[in-house]
Design a protein around this ligand. Structure first.
Ligand SMILES: [Zn+2]
Ligand SMILES: [Zn+2]
Length: 298
């Protein structure tokens, strides 16, 4: 009855990915840092894939994938308010309305992520407007840049609103890189069987990824409506216990526990997603386990 996006974790690899990076647009712009400097930084931080997503400007970065370390995803930040990441497109769609830009992104074989939903104020992205949109894949549940601007970089409120209203929308974690100190504060761990845009797109479209500020998913199993989940730090450490929260319909905290793994029995909920926290505050957001009779793609 329920669908578990993490059911088939075999034959692939986790791609540490940032979809939201400004670079290479010259002095006094959001992308003031040169592309090669920014990519070097992300390589050092262990990323496997990155998108340079400048404001209403396509920056062709295909030729930067030289040593097989950092896969270059193409994309643009559509920057008429409110902003969206049009991923997998090689042109700016800013002359179009939001809905038309989402549709054009789909036509180009890409996908759209709504950006920083609580920048400056709660509902920078107005919920009434989001409710009317169709065809986008997800929202930035974490946008770390916003924590040094204003508003909130967290958008679990909009996420739970959409999931509860029956929209299968995935949660992304992006740096929204502007300066060097923005690098590596959050990421998406994407489980792809292929080092290609199609592979990454397939994985995110099925929800087989997490949004993270410093934890990885070891497993999330679903059997007889029982979820068993375990997180870890990405590098070797003796720390093996975490705080696990299970969030269900309406953003309700249905269970919280501390230990090596956590177990939750679904009981007619439309969805359940897991937030895991480590002792230093690093957080992992899983995509929802969901009832497909209720949750449909936006
Ligand atoms: Zn933006
Ligand atoms: Zn941005």
């Amino acid at each position: 009855m329920y669908i578990n996006p993490y059911e088939n974790l075999s034959g692939g690899e986790w791609y540490k990915t940032n979809f939201h990076t400004h670079a290479g647009t010259g002095p006094n712009t959001c992308g003031a840092n040169p592309i090669d400097i920014v990519l070097k930084e992300y390589k050092t931080l262990g990323y496997n894939a990155i998108c340079i997503s400048n404001h209403d400007l396509y920056t062709d970065t295909i030729s930067y994938d030289t040593d097989g370390k950092l896969f270059m995803i193409q994309g643009v930040e559509y920057s008429n308010d409110p902003h969206m990441l049009t991923i997998g497109v090689k042109r700016s769609l800013h002359q179009l309305s939001h809905q038309d830009a989402i549709n054009a992104t789909l036509e180009d074989g890409g996908f759209t992520i709504l950006c920083h939903p609580n920048w400056i104020r709660k509902e920078y992205w107005k919920w009434d407007d989001v409710d009317k949109l169709t065809g986008y894949l997800g929202i930035e549940v974490i946008n770390m840049l916003i924590y040094r601007l204003s508003g909130s970089g967290l958008a679990t409120d909009l996420w739970d609103h959409l999931l509860t209203s029956g929209k299968l929308v995935f949660g992304f974690g992006n740096d929204d890189f502007h300066t060097i100190s923005d690098a590596g504060r959050s990421c998406n761990y994407i489980y792809s069987t292929e080092r290609s845009f199609d592979g990454i797109k397939r994985a995110v479209s099925s929800g087989c990824f997490t949004a993270s500020t410093g934890l990885i998913l070891k497993y999330l199993d679903l059997k007889d409506d029982i979820i068993t989940v375990k997180a870890a730090y990405p590098k070797n450490t003796y720390i093996n216990k975490f705080t696990y929260k299970f969030i269900t319909d309406g953003g309700k905290l249905s269970s919280i526990s501390y230990g090596e793994e956590a177990v939750f029995k679904l009981n007619d909920e439309k969805y359940a997603r897991v937030e895991v926290m480590g002792e230093n505050g690093a957080t992992l957001f899983t995509q929802p386990v969901y009832n497909p009779e209720f949750l449909k793609k936006a």
